[in-house]
Design a protein around this ligand. Structure first.
Ligand code: UD1
Length: 420
């Protein structure tokens, strides 16, 4: 299994380009299922989750072409099957995003119950409840969701909890439903907005995206799209935290600073000087040690759960005590045990972890457990004295494009070890 080796003690400095947002790319790729016209998505990052999605679409009969700079072309004019098999779905929870578009376009879908990150139960009940409210007949049997609807009907869908992919599934399904769908308590994440804008380009009638109430007036058919995906705010945030932890100065290009408000506020509180333009952001720590910060995760525009692990790593070396509370997912503290192996002083109490900052961590072998946790271990490796090795980096390859190359560009001494 691939491992990454990091030599601690280097300051991150320089400029790096942020990739397209994984969490926007996946639903937008799936949206190609909604039309028999060709689609083209630009700015797609080289990631395992993207490859899995392309494989899944290909298996359903979507013709895929890869263009220059990893543009992806899709032609879903002939679908060969409505089945999303366990072998693909188990590796990526976002595979559930085939359900809404497939059902809306083909009138039928069989999707394996998803796997994905080991960060709690992560059910899909709200996706199913929303589709059922729109008239779908749904059965769950032998690990598969079987959904049927001749044509979905518009409905008022009140989401019991805020769910990103749940909102996206209902949104995609509603574009081709008969009549009006109103999604209440919708997710407001920038990735939901990017998907909605792409759907509008396809001819969908959507308003209210980016708020908690999205209104969709169904149409009979959608055209193709030619879209460039928004930049990845979580990748950007991860590099900014790395710069803050190492006392460095980093400029990121291809960024949407307006999607990073909650993260930037916390970095400023930690002592970073931050300047930004329309598509760039720069963090300057001026060689200082960060101050500890308190974090509580929440749906957008709150502090993103996907940045929680990185801030626990920052607090591990910060001046003072930081309290980090995870409210979105249960069991998203697996990285804490690994950070403790570097000497971090952390104590878990329910969904909260209390972190007393240490002025030094010492290198140790670490094991990645999920996507964002693995990023935080790499960040910790940047500051730990000695050489750390992070094992099971396949988790990181699901969401970070060329992480060792990009951190290397910023002066980190980091390399991927050959598979032993
Ligand atoms: C998406 C993101 C992921 C991010 C998460 C929260 C993608 C591909 N992934 O995941 O990176 O960490 O949002 O910002 O966009 N829930 C239910 N029932 C449901 C659906 C969700 O109870 O039917 C619960 C989940 O268990 C969790 C919470 O709702 O506790 C939020 O999950 P959700 O927003 O759905 O996460 P994902 O869309 O899977």
């Amino acid at each position: 299994m691939a491992r990454i080796e990091i030599e601690g003690g280097r300051t991150l400095e320089g400029t790096v380009e942020v990739s397209g947002a994984k969490n926007a790319v996946l639903p937008i790729l799936m949206a190609s299922l909604l039309t028999d016209q060709p689609c083209r998505l630009a700015g797609v990052p080289h990631l395992k989750d993207v490859t899995t999605t392309i494989e899944l679409l290909g298996q359903m009969g979507v013709e895929i072409s890869l263009g220059e700079g990893f543009e992806v072309g899709m032609d879903a004019s002939h679908l060969s099957t409505q089945i999303a098999p366990y072998e693909l779905v188990k590796t990526m929870r976002a595979s559930i995003l085939v359900l809404g578009p497939l059902l809306a376009r083909a009138g039928e879908a069989q999707v394996s119950l998803p796997g994905g990150c080991a960060i709690g139960a992560r059910p899909v009940n709200l996706h199913l409840k929303g589709l059922a409210a729109m008239g779908a007949e749904i059965d769950v049997d032998s690990g598969y969701i079987h959904a049927k609807a001749k044509r979905l009907k518009g409905a008022r869908v009140v989401m019991e909890g805020v769910t990103v992919t749940g909102t996206e599934n209902i949104l995609m399904a509603a574009t081709l439903a008969e009549g009006q769908t109103i999604i209440e308590n919708a997710a407001q994440e920038p990735e939901v907005v990017d998907l909605a804008e792409c759907l509008i380009q396809m001819g969908a009638k959507i308003s209210g995206h980016g708020s908690t109430r999205i209104v969709v007036d169904g149409v009979d058919a959608l055209a193709g799209y030619d879209h460039r995906v928004i930049p990845d705010r979580i990748e950007a945030g991860t590099f900014l935290v790395g710069a803050a932890m190492t006392g460095g100065r980093v400029k990121l290009v291809n960024v949407r600073p307006d999607t990073l408000d909650a993260v930037v506020d916390k970095l400023r509180e930690a002592g970073a000087k931050i300047s930004e333009g329309p598509d760039w952001i720069e963090l300057d720590m001026a060689g200082k040690r960060p101050k500890a910060v308190n974090i509580s995760t929440a749906p957008y525009p709150g502090f993103p759960t996907d940045m929680q692990a990185q801030f626990t790593a920052l607090n591990a070396v910060a001046d003072g005590t930081g309290v980090v509370t995870e409210t979105v997912f249960e069991n998203r503290f697996m990285h804490i045990l690994e950070l403790q192996r570097l000497g971090a002083d952390m104590q878990i109490e329910g969904n909260t972890v209390i972190i007393r900052g240490r002025d030094r961590l010492t290198a140790a072998p670490m094991m990645a457990t999920d996507l964002r946790a693995s990023a935080c271990l790499v960040l910790a490796g940047l500051v730990a004295e000695g050489t750390s090795v992070v094992d099971r980096v396949y988790h990181i390859d699901r969401g970070y494009e060329n992480i060792e190359e990009k951190l290397g560009q910023l002066g980190a001494v980091i390399r991927r070890l050959p598979v032993s």
